[in-house]
Design a protein around this ligand. Structure first.
Ligand SMILES: CC(C)(COP(=O)(O)OP(=O)(O)OC[C@H]1O[C@@H](n2cnc3c(N)ncnc32)[C@H](O)[C@@H]1OP(=O)(O)O)[C@@H](O)C(=O)NCCC(=O)NCCS
Length: 150
């Protein structure tokens, strides 16, 4: 699928919030996205087919020694077409460029996301018990070393 991936800006907020609401039972609020837009360590991209509205987005945090996947979401009707994979791969390429590893949390029930991460080099590091405040579900903690370390 032809896809434009570019930096997220304030004018994308409406489209990003719409995707977020369609993806999660406990979505981030618009204020949380606004905070990310003013956070200098934040990595944020949107993906959209040319001439169309936002299909997906990703937000990460770039700490000096480790980068963190904060949010990755694709509109339900547009899943399975490589959009989530493309967004994640751009983040991983940038992390490799800085020689840093990447960490994320994922719900054990989220098989699509777990396989997406596993196929891109993430392995299980541990479990955070009762991590998700809405369901008290555990989080799997997955990490991926920098390719330069391997
Ligand atoms: C996880 C998520 C971002 C994946 O987005 P996506 O655009 O469907 O991802 P891709 O199309 O790149 O597919 C990723 C992998 O999953 C598989 N896949 C995902 N959805 C699929 C579907 N509906 N049918 C078939 N395969 C699917 C693909 O085979 C692909 O594998 P590969 O690229 O390693 O070959 C999307 O499902 C989503 O938004 N989920 C809700 C929010 C969420 O849970 N985010 C993650 C939080 S940790």
């Amino acid at each position: 699928m032809e896809l434009v991936v570019r930096n997220m800006s304030i004018s994308d907020l409406g489209g990003v919030v719409a995707v977020e609401k369609a993806c999660y039972e406990t979505p981030w609020t618009p204020e949380m996205f606004q905070e990310e837009l003013s956070e200098e360590r934040s990595w944020r991209r949107v993906a959209l087919p040319p001439g169309r509205t936002i299909a997906g987005f990703m937000i990460g945090r770039c700490y000096p020694d480790l980068w963190h996947v904060m949010n990755l979401a694709v509109a339900p009707a547009l899943r399975g077409r490589g959009i989530g994979g493309r967004l994640l791969e751009e983040f991983l390429e940038a992390a490799d460029g800085e020689s840093v590893g990447v960490l994320l949390e994922v719900r054990p029930s989220n098989q699509e996301a777990i396989s997406l991460y596993s196929r891109r080099g993430f392995g299980l590091m541990g479990v955070r018990r009762g991590y998700y405040t809405d369901s008290h579900e555990d989080a799997l903690v997955m990490t991926r070393g920098s390719r330069r370390d391997e």
